[in-house]
Design a protein. Structure first.
Length: 464
């Protein structure tokens, strides 16, 4: 309500409600006006002063009927079909002479004015006056000045969303979709069999998204990353479908590996999600058949699950269900002719036995940083506990952290004069009575280093 009051420049709730109710009625009439008027239809608009719909037409034969619907009819010289035809021809003229951006910024149809409007750079108006459509129909086209053209609003790059390989689609004769895995700096990870290097792709909204920068297929690999253009914004997001939009956790930089028999969940554009299962096998090697070339290739180092999957989910993300820790990129499924379909009564046509390529592999091969909720910042240390009173005593001390949060490859290093250096979450050492112990911890990533330190007398009391 506050936003609409700002928009309508009023402090009255009633004014806003009246306006919205009138717009709803206008929308009903607007939906039927083109069919009702047919060829003479010349567009329509909401009159914000009278709070009613206005319909333009080249004749007035439907005026009485429209009036019964609460709609005002106004006469115009040109139908919408004529205006659209002029707009298309003018657009072709502009394209043919390469006038977009430097001279022409935009085109649109002005319904009340019954004209095509072309917005041009000031002092460049003379350039377009020689265009064939403008010469033939000067009354149909109105020239306006504008400073600078439009700028694109970026779309988010989210794991699990669809992208389509245009080159593969042309090769096979039908749309060739795959799923985005995890966002990385400059783009996203996906499966290698979804595209060859330099293949162009479009996003879920059919807008150009970028190109495959690197793709490794065969010799044990099935991994790739796509370099997106400036209209797409990579971020630590996953389209969780039934779960909403998920955020890739910053805990352990989002890269803590899940062990055998633990739960993982998968998302993809073909079967949405979540589709969850357990990790049933590791270090899986298999031979697959490329969907475009038909050639067999080998993949190794995969993890097999009993999660359901479908054609077109390739490339999508696997995570653990708690905190959305990244696990890997969807690669394959078991053959239904041999293993049957997925035992999912809600989706009986899904394939069984989805595999994933652990995400650390492609990140290392391509030298990319997986984006997390932490952003491009030094790590933060959480739950530093040194010494840990629950485990220290008898000349032995333990130190620990609960976790760190970070983005990108992150290293951890414990040092002390009373213990061997360690890179794990727990550090221990031995000491003697009255020794003064100092312990230092450094956690580093590509954006900086964070330190914690502690000093204490050797815990020589009884073990807890």
């Amino acid at each position: 309500m506050a936003e609409l009051q700002r928009l309508y420049q009023t402090e009255s709730d009633e004014v806003v409600i009246e306006r919205l109710a009138a717009e709803a009625e206008a929308a009903r009439a607007y939906s039927v006006a083109p069919d009702l008027l047919g060829g003479p239809y010349a567009g329509a608009w909401f009159d914000v002063e009278r709070l009613t719909l206005v319909v333009a037409a080249t004749d007035s034969s439907m005026e009485e009927l429209l009036a019964r619907m609460g709609v005002k009819l106004v006469h115009r010289e040109r139908s919408l079909a004529q205006l659209l035809d002029a707009l298309d021809r003018l657009s072709e003229d502009i394209q043919r002479q390469s006038l977009w951006a430097d001279v022409v910024h935009s085109l649109h149809i002005d319904y009340p004015g019954n004209q095509v409007v072309v917005s041009v750079e000031p002092a460049r108006e003379h350039v377009i006056h020689g265009l064939p459509t403008l010469r033939r129909e000067p009354a149909v086209i109105r020239v306006e000045h504008s400073l600078g053209g439009s700028i694109p609003v970026s779309w988010p790059v989210r794991g699990g969303d669809e992208f389509v390989n245009e080159d593969f689609s042309q090769a096979v004769g039908y749309e060739f979709p795959c799923s985005i895995g995890f966002s990385v700096d400059g783009g996203y990870l996906t499966a290698g069999h979804c595209g060859d290097e330099d293949n162009s792709v479009v996003g879920f909204n059919s807008n150009a998204q970028g190109r495959f920068s690197e793709s490794l297929v065969g010799n044990g690999n099935d991994r790739a990353w796509v370099d997106v253009n400036q209209n797409w914004n990579p971020g630590p997001l996953i389209n969780g479908y039934n779960e909403g939009v998920l955020t890739v956790t910053a805990k352990w930089a989002g890269l803590q590996e899940a062990p055998l028999n633990t739960t993982v969940c998968r998302y993809g554009q073909a079967s949405s999600g979540p589709h969850c299962g357990e990790i049933t096998a590791t270090h899986v090697s298999e031979t697959l058949e490329h969907g475009v070339t038909g050639q067999p290739y080998s993949v190794s180092g995969l993890k097999r699950t009993n999660a359901c999957v479908y054609y077109g989910d390739s490339g999508g993300p696997f995570t653990v269900p708690v905190e959305n820790m990244a696990q890997g990129i969807t690669i394959s499924a078991l053959r239904p002719s041999v293993h049957g379909w997925c035992p999912d009564e809600n989706h009986p046509d899904l394939l069984a036995g989805a595999t994933f390529d652990p995400v650390a592999g492609p990140l290392t091969d391509f030298g990319k940083v997986m984006l997390t909720a932490h952003g491009a910042n030094p790590p933060t240390i959480h739950g530093f506990n040194c010494p840990d009173p629950a485990n220290s005593g008898g000349g032995i001390f333990f130190c620990e952290i609960d976790h760190f949060k970070a983005q990108g490859q992150t290293s951890m290093q414990w040092t002390s004069g009373f213990g061997n250096p360690s890179s794990g979450a727990v550090f221990f050492g031995t000491c003697n009575e009255h020794d003064w112990v100092t312990v230092n911890l450094q956690v580093s990533n590509g954006y900086g280093t964070t330190q914690e330190s502690a000093g204490f007398v050797c815990p020589t009391g009884p073990n807890p």
